[in-house]
Design a protein around this ligand. Structure first.
Ligand code: PSV
Ligand code: MN
Length: 426
């Protein structure tokens, strides 16, 4: 299905008066404080976040998976779903594919479909954490780090194949997330595992086209519970440096131990020009993959504060690959992704309200109270009218969730796809 512009306009009419009133109020207030309101709105309108193909169906845990009606069951339908989110939010103009879950059968048709919906192909993700049917070697004891050369070679070749698939679609980045690690002390030699991983990544890197990036994701634990080979940003950074200029660290918010200071990690990677990509989600305990901003919105704002600072002051970084990496066990994924996009945009807008000059002056004065006031002043501002305006300018919905429900998108998808549709992938 496709949402027509007229349908969005009908929904927007219902909200327009109240939107105008709140936007006027906020714009006046911000203008008085010398904020470039139009500049912020156009930056919001430009900001696009990729939707991962695996987030469009129901996720699940090791205890079970509760499907829902109208899940996308093939790549075409997944792209269709991203198109639906994008038409309402105007913020989801890209999809990130997972291989081999999403290998196109007909590249031309898939590209045409994505083009028609204004969807680009963001980073492609390799999968060396599951054994595929007919695979010669098993990843049970690791992939790029495996003690057996034949396993490492299979995993390297898979990544090279993923690059080829992405290249045909117009992707410009490969994301490598490894499940490699150990469950028990003594199982692995840490140094051998790390060195094998470095050498394998270098082999993949050699196959990277000139205009591509390699993004190395880290995660402290799970599925292995004693050690993970690429456990933190330090390990990722060392591996990226060991590969070369086109390799970067990718920060997934859920991949930190509780209370880690993620904004500081972001800041230092940015300083070093090695921040390449970002996976948004939120968590209470670990890699919970919850809606961005649903648990710790202030932390998300502080992270964005560093990102905004970095985008302005650290041109040594590439254009970042933004993506939502979430899983949906109880909510309609499309609604949840819309909520994440809203939270991401909200944090971005608030971060743009931070008066960097005033903050620097207060820091130089060691005026701790003022520093906090500046950050919290921005965080406490209700910036939602700016997001609405950015969407409105681009033809999106003033209130995407309301419009989604009023148009009955899910109901129509169920009608079209039937009640037996079950998502592929995770
Ligand atoms: C597993 O933790 C994970 O969620 C990583 O964050 C990857 O980005 C994603 O799967 C896809 O491989
Ligand atoms: Mn991730």
């Amino acid at each position: 299905m496709k949402i027509q512009q007229e349908q969005i306009q009908v929904e927007n009419q219902k909200e327009l008066a109240s939107h105008k009133e709140s936007l006027d109020f906020l714009s006046n207030k911000l203008a008085k404080n010398n904020h470039d309101v139009d500049g912020i709105i156009s930056k919001l309108a430009e900001f696009q976040v990729a939707i991962p193909s695996w987030a469009l169906g129901a996720g699940g845990t090791r205890f079970g998976r509760f499907g829902f009606y109208g899940e996308p069951s093939n790549l075409e339908q997944k792209i269709e779903d991203v198109g639906l989110i994008h038409s309402l939010t105007q913020t989801a103009g890209a999809v990130s594919l997972h291989i081999p879950w999403d290998v196109p059968e007909d590249y031309k048709a898939i590209k045409e479909k994505a083009d028609a919906l204004n969807i680009k192909f963001d980073a492609v993700n390799s999968n060396t954490f599951q054994d595929q049917a007919n695979a010669k070697e098993s990843y049970k004891y690791g992939s790029l780090s495996n003690v057996k050369q034949a396993v490492r070679e299979q995993a390297i070749q898979h990544n090279l194949d993923v690059i080829k698939i992405g290249d045909k679609l117009g992707s410009k980045a490969l994301t490598v997330w490894l499940a490699d690690g150990s469950c028990f002390p003594g199982q692995n030699n840490f140094q051998t595992a790390f060195q094998n991983t470095q050498n394998s990544l270098i082999d993949i890197y050699k196959g990277l086209p000139d205009d591509w990036k390699m993004l190395v994701e880290y995660k402290p634990y799970e599925p292995n519970f004693y050690s993970t080979v690429i456990q933190d940003w330090g390990a990722s950074l060392m591996l990226a440096n060991g590969c070369g200029d086109k390799a970067y660290t990718l920060v997934d918010l859920g991949h930190h131990l509780p209370n880690s200071n993620i904004e500081q990690i972001v800041s230092i990677l940015s300083l070093k020009g090695k921040l390449g990509g970002f996976h948004f989600n939120d968590s209470k305990y670990g890699d919970d993959d919850l809606t961005a901003g649903s648990i710790k919105p202030y932390a998300l704002f502080l992270i964005f504060n560093e990102l905004v600072y970095g985008m302005k002051n650290n041109p040594q970084n590439p254009e970042l690959a933004w993506m939502i990496d979430a899983s949906h066990n109880v909510k309609d994924p499309l609604e949840d992704l819309i909520q994440s996009l809203e939270a991401i945009q909200e944090s971005y807008a608030k971060a743009m309200l931070v008066d960097q000059n005033a903050l620097k002056a207060a820091q130089l004065d060691n005026d701790v109270v003022k520093c906090q006031e500046i950050l919290q002043g921005a965080f406490r501002t209700d910036v939602r009218p700016l997001l609405e305006k950015a969407r409105l300018n681009n033809g999106g919905a003033l209130n995407p969730i309301k419009a989604y429900r009023s148009i009955d998108v899910r109901g129509q998808l169920v009608g079209e796809r039937g009640k037996n549709s079950v998502a592929t992938g995770l």
